[in-house]
Design a protein around this ligand. Sequence first.
Ligand SMILES: [Zn+2]
Length: 386
Amino acid sequence: MAKTKIVNVGLLVSGDVGQPLLTADTLLLDGKVIAAVGRDADVADSAVDRVIDARGCALTPGLIDSHCHPVLGDFTPRQSQLGFLESEVHGGVTTGISAGEVHLPGRPKDPAGVKALAILAAKSFGAFRPGGMKVIGGAVILEPGLTEADFAEMAAGGVRTVGEIGLGGIKLPADARPMVGWAKQHGMTVLMHMGGTSIPGSSTVTAEQVLAAGADVACHTNGGPTAVSPEEVSTIVRNSDIYVEIVHCGNPKMAVHAAREAVDAGALARVIIGNDAPSGTGVVPLGIQRVIAHLVSLADVDPAVAIAWATGNTARCHKLPQGRIAVGAPADLVFCDAPMGSVGDDLLAAYRAGDTPGVSIILVDGEIVVKKSRNTPPAKRDAVVK
Ligand SMILES: [Zn+2]
């Protein structure tokens, strides 16, 4: 197991919304996990195989896209693009959560087919990391006829998520409720579409319906892409304890409203950030970075908190070990900084200015998957392997 030492970190963002910035400049990685976080003098460095010099740039956990719609492999029939997940890795995203493989041409709607697709996608992405990205695939789309035994079989087959309720044949809370109960019993996280009809075939879902169905996540509270009213967003934020998702391919005005409400209500631990791509809006490799910059610059969200919304919060929501810089966590890490030419001097100031960062090295499970992002501007300070 290779040991890596990371030195000269200028700014350490933890991904933990309770303590989003850490006062440390050195990390020790032991194989796939973070073994130590501290000050240079305190972190023993005998017998490391590799040193990464951050040269004063920031280090954050790898971002988690809480909402993507893959099918199989690194291809999306929705926008006929190859390599869209690998391209998102270059935006600092090291984990993607499927919200349902709804774009499969001829997607089956009978219980046997629904179950087969979810298990196939879960297993396929379990063994395939596009560009290094961990994809939590196989989000079952609820269709009439699914039984408790089906949820047990899917959970045993690696299915961890119920894809957006509302995209399949089960739309009403009364119909969804028993299936949601079975899914939760078997450890799954339950997502529900909220807002206007996204594409022909899906439906309009209100805040009241999301809460009545018992979902864990109100997907794209800012619209996917058409938003509900500000009052309904406030209902989800203030009168529930479920996760509040804000996405790139939604309504930007309502993204600001949802974020401001979450800050005002002290609901910082419940906001998560997704792309909701591929969609009709397109495929957006820098989508998560753009939402962070949007919320920081226009809704006055603390930038380190916004990064936690795109890392640790999403990991907690989906019961994943990554998304934090902490001893024992997987070493999924992004070296980044203010982009060249930004009026902001460091990562946090660049986000406050509305800029997206420059990304240099990206690690997944302690392995370098990107040495310099091809999709972001160059960083003012970039990390190098010594
Ligand atoms: Zn949706």
